[in-house]
Design a protein around this ligand. Structure first.
Ligand code: PLP
Length: 380
C-alpha cells in the first residue's frame, strides 16, 4: 500500500531497535528501559479497581475530569505553577500525547523548533510530523548538559519560533536551577520564542527541588508545560499525562485532542486523582530509592574510570566511555549481556555516551555494573 511521505520518512526508534537485540537473549540485564521498576501506589490501583467495580467506564469531559484537573492545579502550586483547572489544563493519553498536541497546536509548516540535544527521542519526529524544521542545539558535558544562551546562539536559535526544554533531562539526568532558567528565559523573551517545557521528571530530583521556566517573568504566557503520571507515580501503563498553559494554547490542544482521542483513559483518571490526593509518601520513598541507586551507579562508574556526570534528576546516568557508542553498546550486550542505550540515539550531542537507567533493582544494578567493569577490563 502507498504510504504518506511523512510516514515513510519516519525512522524507527533507536531505542526499540536495541531492545529487539536484547530480547533475543535470555541472560540479559536491561538498563535500557526508561520506566520505573515499581508498580503504581496501591491506593491509586485501588481507586482504579473501585471505579471499574462501580461501572465508571464511560468517556469523561474532553479536557479530563474536572476533579482531576483541580487536583493537578493544587499539586502544581508546590512548583509555584498556578493554572486554572477550567481553562488552562488538558488531560492527555500520556505526556506523549501532550507533546504531540503541543507541536500540532503551536507549529506552522516551516516553523523552526529548537531542540536541545541530547534529548528525549520523540521531539524530533513530533516536529517533523507537525511540518516544522528541527534546529538541534548541542548542550555540552562540560556545562553539565545545561542549556545556555551561548549554545542557543551558537546554533542560531535567535530565529527559532519554539524551543523544547526537557529538564530534568532524559537521557542525561541534568537539571536546571532558577538562575540558569532565567538566562534561557531572557533569550526567549528577547527573541520572541515560545517554549514547550516537558517536566515529566519534575518530582524526581535529588538534592534540590524542581524549577520551571514557566515561573520566570514573562514566561507563563509563552510556555506550555507538560507533565504526567508515568514516572513519578510509576503509572506508565495507565497512559496519563497533561498539559498546562495559556488558555488559548490549551484550548487549541483540546480541539485537536477532541478529534483524535476524545478523552484520556477514564480508569487511569480515577487512579490519578487518588495518586495526587494520597500518594506523596510513596513518591518520596521511590525518590529515596532512586537516589540510593543513583549514588551507587555513579560511584561505580567513577571507580571504573568511566567519565560520568553526576545526574541530578530523572533516573538515568550518562557515562562517557568515548569512541563509537553504538559499537560499545552492541559489544557490551554481546560479551556481557548488559543492555544500555547508545547516547547518539538522543542526537549528535549524545555521541560517545551511554544512557543507563537506574530504575532497576539494586541487585541487578550490582550485577550489571560488575559486568560492565569486566567488559572494560577485557578491553584494556
Ligand atoms: N517525556 C519524556 C522526557 C520522557 O522520558 C517520556 C518517556 O520516557 C515521555 C515524555 C512520555 O511519557 P508518557 O509515558 O507519559 O507518555
Amino acid at each position: 500500500m502507498r504510504l504518506s511521505e511523512r510516514a515513510r520518512d519516519l525512522p524507527e526508534s533507536g531505542i526499540r531497535k536495541f531492545f529487539e537485540l536484547a530480547e533475543a537473549r535470555d541472560d540479559v540485564i536491561s538498563l535500557g528501559v526508561g520506566e520505573p521498576d515499581f508498580s503504581a501506589p496501591w491506593a491509586a490501583r485501588t481507586a482504579a479497581i473501585d471505579s471499574l467495580e462501580r461501572g465508571r467506564t464511560s468517556y469523561t469531559a474532553n479536557r479530563g475530569m474536572l476533579e482531576l484537573r483541580e487536583a493537578i492545579a493544587d499539586h502544581h502550586r508546590r512548583y509555584d505553577q498556578v493554572y486554572d483547572p477550567e481553562s488552562e489544563i488538558v488531560v492527555t493519553t500520556g505526556a506523549s500525547e501532550a507533546v504531540d498536541l503541543a507541536f500540532r497546536a503551536l507549529v506552522d509548516p516551516g516553523d523552526t523548533v529548537a531542540i536541545h540535544e541530547p534529548a528525549y527521542i520523540s521531539y524530533g519526529p513530533g516536529v517533523d510530523l507537525a511540518g516544522g524544521e528541527r534546529l538541534p542545539v548541542r548542550t555540552r558535558a562540560e556545562d553539565d548538559f545545561v542549556l545556555t544562551p551561548e549554545v542557543l546562539s551558537e546554533a542560531g536559535a535567535e530565529d527559532a519560533d519554539l524551543l523544547v526544554l526537557c529538564y530534568p533531562n532524559n537521557p542525561t539526568g541534568a537539571t536546571m536551577d532558577a538562575d540558569e532558567l532565567a538566562d534561557v528565559a531572557a533569550f526567549c523573551r528577547e527573541h520572541d520564542i515560545r517554549v514547550i517545557a516537558d517536566e515529566i521528571y519534575a518530582a524526581l530530583t535529588y538534592g534540590s527541588d524542581h524549577d520551571s521556566i514557566a515561573t520566570q517573568p514573562g514566561m507563563r504566557e509563552r510556555t506550555v508545560v507538560i507533565n504526567g503520571f508515568s514516572k513519578a507515580y510509576a503509572m506508565t501503563g495507565l497512559r496519563l499525562g497533561y498539559a498546562m498553559g495559556p488558555a488559548e494554547a490549551i484550548d487549541a490542544m483540546n480541539r485537536i485532542h477532541q478529534y483524535t482521542m476524545l478523552s484520556a483513559p477514564t480508569t487511569a483518571q480515577y487512579a490519578a486523582i487518588e495518586a495526587l490526593r494520597s500518594c506523596d509518601d510513596e513518591v518520596t520513598e521511590m525518590v529515596k530509592e532512586y537516589d540510593r541507586r543513583r549514588n551507587y551507579v555513579h560511584s561505580r562508574f567513577r571507580e571504573m574510570g568511566l567519565d560520568c556526570f553526576e545526574p541530578k534528576g530523572a533516573f538515568y546516568a550518562f557515562p562517557q566511555p568515548g569512541g563509537d557508542d553504538e559499537q560499545f553498546a552492541e559489544d557490551l550486550l554481546e560479551e556481557q549481556g548488559v543492555a544500555v542505550v547508545p547516547g547518539s540515539v538522543f542526537g549528535e550531542g549524545g555521541a560517545g555516551h551511554l544512557r543507563v537507567s537506574y530504575a532497576t533493582s539494586m541487585r541487578e544494578l550490582k550485577a550489571a555494573t560488575d559486568r560492565i567493569e569486566a567488559f572494560l577490563a577485557d578491553r584494556d
